[in-house]
Design a protein. Structure first.
Length: 226
């Protein structure tokens, strides 16, 4: 189970965020004081994500993020009533990965959490068997199990395969794929993803016209079933 540390001193926000994260299947440790969080971070970094309020008692979230970055690259998501551009820039400059101003939409928060934890978990996937090929996510090679023929994939293709493996058996929306691989400041068309899927089918499927691995879900997105 993936672990999240939530540091939020507003009781109403802390309770609802903790509850909904747990409903999503995460283990959540909730702290309300910056000093307590500092002690925890100095002793323990067994978390997959840290959610920090900026304005906290005793030690603020920005200073906590600096402390975290001395010891860990764990993803950090800021929550704050301070939503000006300068505030966001400051949070990102000290090492934050994302910044969500209050009041926020709960569904958006859960999506950002999913993306950040997903980005972190990708580094754990070193290789995987897909169809008749062994894919190496470090070298970008894919090798046929029988012929040992080796070819290369692009960085984007590797990232998309990692996302499929992370969410195997789940339907992934086109928007989630676009946000994950290209970010929110680039605007490729959904046809771009279709082309990647078509290429995967040509490589990995025994019959690209009757796919068993990479499925299109009409009007929604895609699903990978190994």
């Amino acid at each position: 189970m993936q672990k999240i540390c939530l540091v939020e001193d507003e009781k109403s926000i802390g309770e609802i965020v903790k509850l909904n994260l747990e409903l999503e299947g995460y283990s959540v440790e909730w702290l309300v004081d910056g000093e307590d969080a500092k002690k925890l971070f100095e002793a323990n970094f067994e978390f997959d994500l840290i959610i920090l309020d900026v304005m906290l008692p005793h030690i603020n979230g920005v200073d906590l993020c600096r402390i975290i970055r001395f010891k860990s690259k764990v993803p950090v998501l800021f929550l704050s009533a301070k939503g000006k551009t300068t505030d966001r820039i400051q949070g990102l400059k000290v090492g934050g990965n994302d910044y969500l101003p209050k009041p926020f939409d709960l569904e958006e928060l859960l999506l950002r959490v999913s993306v950040l934890i997903g980005d972190a978990s990708q580094t754990d996937i070193k290789q995987a068997t897909i169809g008749e090929y062994l894919v190496n996510f470090k070298t970008y090679d894919y090798v046929h199990s029988l012929t040992q023929e080796k070819k290369r994939l692009s960085k984007k293709e590797i990232a998309l395969l990692q996302l499929f493996l992370e969410k195997e058996g789940e339907v992934i929306s086109r928007n989630e794929i676009l946000d994950r691989l290209w970010g929110k400041n680039q605007f490729p068309t959904t046809r771009t993803i279709d082309n990647y899927i078509l290429n995967f089918r040509k490589i990995f499927e025994l019959d690209s016209k009757n796919p068993k691995l990479f499925h299109s879900i009409r009007g929604v997105g895609y699903k990978f079933t190994p």
